[in-house]
Design a protein around this ligand. Structure first.
Ligand code: PGA
Length: 259
């Protein structure tokens, strides 16, 4: 794991955008895994700026999003489809047929249809040649994607139930009302995520410091899904000072190779 610590949210987002842009420059047909939530918003803003001002070209890039709520219309303002459209897709030259997202159109009891959909998503990732770079946030409860504590470290794309903590944390996208946050979601599994060739993991803020310490320095356990990152051979973790504040390992930045 390479841990990169930057003073501010802005600085860490620029660093993350630089990593994404340099992949696209090296490999214009890169396959990129995308995440939602508050953490990557500034990263997407910088990618849009790079596209507009420095002609970063997304035309051959393929994207796969990590997860989606179940039971929301695609354009519901709380859906990840809506988030991605607003925060990235409407502003860069990604081809529509190269944008892949899990669908939330199912009811939670449509188990067979959901597992077929999830299997097709796994097959689509494989057919695209696998994910070159997966962007990830870390939930305050340690989830990656919507893999809540207790998820198998080998899990695949599937239907999951969301924990109360996640509903509370994500209420900001649902009029600050946790009861409006769906109870179920579909998510890439931890096993699926770990197959990406590289991971770009972002965390910011004091409220993430404790879970970042557990994920990066604690034991690898299904109860802290983000601890699975320790198993990946090419994970870059970008933190702001606050999220890194409880790490005890040597995080001397002069030892960290630039990305
Ligand atoms: P956040 O969520 O970026 O809104 O903090 C991170 C996550 O749940 O993965």
């Amino acid at each position: 794991m390479h841990i990169i610590i930057r003073e501010t949210h802005k600085a860490m987002s620029l660093e993350a955008a630089r990593a994404v842009a340099s992949l696209i420059q090296r490999k214009p047909s890169a396959v990129i895994g995308l995440a939602t939530g508050e953490t990557p918003i500034a990263l997407y803003e910088e990618l849009i700026r790079l596209h507009r001002e420095e002609r970063l070209d997304f035309s051959r890039v393929t994207t796969f999003n990590l997860d989606e709520y179940l039971g929301l219309a695609a354009l519901h303002p709380g859906s990840f489809h809506h988030y991605m459209k607003k925060r990235l897709f409407d502003h860069v030259n990604l081809g529509k047929d190269r944008i892949r997202m899990l669908s939330g159109r199912f009811a939670a009891d449509e188990k067979d249809a959901i597992s077929r959909h999830c299997e097709e998503y796994e097959q689509a990732i494989a057919a695209a040649g696998g994910i070159d770079l997966q962007i990830l946030g870390i939930g305050a409860n340690g989830h990656i994607g919507f893999n809540e504590p207790g998820s198998s470290l080998g899990s695949r794309t599937r239907l999951v139930a969301l924990q109360k903590k996640t509903q509370q944390d994500n209420a900001v996208f649902f009029d600050d009302d946790p009861d409006k946050v769906p109870h179920h979601a579909v998510t890439m599994g931890i096993g699926t995520i770990l197959e990406a060739k590289s991971l770009l993991v972002l965390a910011l803020g004091q409220h993430k410091a404790e879970i970042v310490r557990k994920a990066l320095e604690g034991p690898v356990t299904a109860m802290v899904p983000a601890s699975a990152l320790q198993l990946h051979r090419n994970a870059i973790i970008i933190l702001d000072n606050e999220a890194a504040s409880l790490l005890t390992r040597d995080t001397d930045q002069s030892l960290t190779p630039p990305i």
